[in-house]
Design a protein around this ligand. Structure first.
Ligand code: NAD
Ligand code: UDP
Length: 318
């Protein structure tokens, strides 16, 4: 059987670059499409020597032309960290709406299976805990995070529309906080912020009193879950994340402990609409995909720390 051709939008980003590697490793032809607005070519430069890897510099909100056959379209393009989407509100709305439309149109034209990277942010500041897929969420559409949350909710609706109306084979993954190598040091997310601060000996900035919770999943576990979902028959949204929940204060303390840093914790104001709790209910992923995370937080954090050490040293040398 000929090897599949996979298009990954946002392929030069954190998650996209890991997906490119995964599909190349199993013999696929991979087209990595990105406009590099929040991504970095360095995330994929080690793949440039591979003849099955193709980079296409393109904004996915514009008409997408891809020659030849396509078997899978994985739509991951979008600013993803709160400071990125607060700085790029219109681009975030456009890539979730127009970009998803273009990517779905392409999948339809090519007869390809489509998978969208959705998010736990669809649940907003949740009133159901842990979050199950049938919970409709508690999102403030006109708050600062609304540009991201509503773009993703629209993207899910558009995906279901293409499935129901055009019969496109679609999959929706609701990704919960994921961490690992190739996150951007300055993207403002808790993990890069804390690791950078701990490694530089600066105080760790915990927003609010730090009692808000998150549940962190190591990137390799997430990629495995996405891969299984893509190859499953499950059309409705599926949570993929690690249910090991902790407060942000505990998370900051864990980073200080692992780095052996002398940093202390300092508190900054809590951003508007910051969800108070978040934990995926992964019963469906367990049942339908036979998937659950396997990487323990300490192990994942150690692997990530090696990466951030390099980044912090590089920054210091500039
Ligand atoms: P990232 O910023 O590292 O990657 C996103 C990539 O999309 C970047 O390379 C960026 O340049 C590209 N991009 C953005 N707009 C584009 C456009 N208009 N045209 C082409 N490329 C564009 O972020 P990430 O953490 O890898 O997130 C990837 C996807 O997963 C996003 O859709 C995000 O919403 C989703 N997601 C991520 C997480 C997480 O914890 N990392 C959680 C939930 C959902
Ligand atoms: N956070 C923090 N300090 C930081 C960055 C983030 O306390 O320097 C908090 C943030 O307010 C949120 C949690 O950490 O409660 C996770 O934030 P992140 O931006 O990583 O992801 P989110 O889940 O909010 O999208």
């Amino acid at each position: 059987m000929p090897q599949p051709t996979v298009l990954i939008t946002g392929g030069a980003g954190f998650l996209g670059s890991h997906l490119c590697e995964r599909f190349l490793a199993e013999g696929a032809e991979v087209i990595c499409m990105d406009n590099l607005v929040t991504g970095d070519l360095r995330n994929v430069e080690h793949l440039f020597g591979e003849p099955r890897f193709h980079f296409q510099h393109q904004d996915v909100t514009e008409y997408i032309h891809v020659p030849g056959k396509l078997d899978y379209v994985l739509h991951f393009a979008s600013p993803a960290s709160p400071i990125d989407y607060l700085e790029l509100p219109i681009q975030t709305l456009k890539v979730g709406s127009l970009g998803t439309h273009k990517a779905l149109g392409l999948a339809h034209a090519k007869g390809a299976r489509f998978l969208i990277a959705s998010t736990s942010e669809c649940y907003g500041d949740p009133l159901v805990h842990p979050q199950t897929e049938d919970y409709w969420g508690n999102v403030n559409p006109v708050g600062p995070r609304g540009v991201y949350d509503e773009a993703k909710r629209f993207a899910e609706a558009m995906t279901m529309g293409y499935h129901r109306y055009h019969g496109v084979q679609t999959r929706i993954v609701r990704i919960f906080n994921t961490y690992g190598p190739r996150m951007r040091l300055n993207d403002g997310r808790a993990l890069p912020a804390f690791m950078g601060q701990a490694l530089r000996g600066e105080d760790l900035t915990v927003f609010g009193d730090g009692s808000q919770t998150r549940s962190f999943c190591y990137v390799d576990d997430l990629i495995e879950g996405i891969h299984r979902l893509l190859h499953s028959d499950e059309v409705l949204p599926t949570n993929i994340g690690n249910p090991a929940e902790m407060t942000i204060l505990e998370f900051a303390e864990k980073v200080i402990e692992l780095t052996g840093s002398r940093s202390k914790i300092t508190h900054k104001p809590l951003p508007q609409d910051d969800p108070k709790v978040r934990q995926p209910d992964i019963s469906k992923a367990r049942r339908v995909l036979g998937w659950e995370p396997t990487v323990k937080l300490d192990d994942g954090l150690k692997r990530t720390l090696d990466y951030f050490r390099g980044r912090v040293e590089e920054q210091a040398a500039k």
